[in-house]
Design a protein around this ligand. Sequence first.
Ligand code: NAD
Ligand code: ZN
Length: 261
Amino acid sequence: MRAGGSDPIREAARLLAERRNAVALTGAGISVESGIPSFRGAQGMWAKYDPMEYATLHAFMQHPRKVWEMLSEMVSVCGGAAPNAAHKGLAALEKLGVVRAVITQNVDGLHQAAGSRRVIEYHGNLDELICVYCWKRYLMRERWTPGAVPLCDCGEILKPNVVLFGESIPWLAQEQAEEEARTCGVLLVIGTSAQVSPACDIPGIAKDAGAAVVEINPEPTSLTASATDIHLRGSASDVIRHLLKELSPGDEASPSAPSGH
Ligand code: NAD
Ligand code: ZN
């Protein structure tokens, strides 16, 4: 996690402590350590399910039973997952007054489960099902059982309330995310390859408005050479644990929070 002569973790902690109005933008990578595979990479969902066949609104409208093969796997994997140290660390940073909101592309609900209070779900969530014909809504846990395709009272196949490719972002989430990006002092970009539009535009919005962009990811992404000011290379849980140590006052085992300049 070191680069050049300076310690990027300390540098990021100093920025967070000074500005105290950070916003996090999270992606599938933050939930990998909770056992939920991301989409890209050899272990990713796309290695098994072609996104054009399984993750577009068009595919769902044409072949909902086929798309539910992937959705069922997502629902059961996410249903059995618990928040990891990275989700909990972000909730702790919110309590410390360092992070004020989380914009997540994830649909797994793990930020809320970890205790984060202000979570903007940019791509919806898996808690709810909606009928694309009569618009009736249901709770996933009341309607879905493993191995079966959930049906509406009207007889049609229900869709989880997540944003598939070809769907727009829920307007309120879009508005709130852009407002957070425009007004934050630091944007922490965690575990996203930044390839899904329009979520990938959020770092640029923050940067153009004067925020520092701190990226937490074991790998470089398309943002690293363009928008990122500090790349903290490592797993989300490790890096956030280090940041918390730097920022938690009174923790004897850790250096004191950086202050001033
Ligand atoms: P992605 O799969 O495209 O990229 C994941 C990124 O996380 C990669 O850059 C990878 O290097 C990084 N990563 C892997 N392990 C990590 C770790 N331990 N700590 C930090 N970073 C790590 O994910 P994306 O950019 O979020 O795009 C995928 C889309 O699919 C999103 O829109 C999301 O809605 C959806 N999705 C959600 C979930 C979920 O809810 N948990 C899971 C899979 C996909
Ligand atoms: Zn219906």
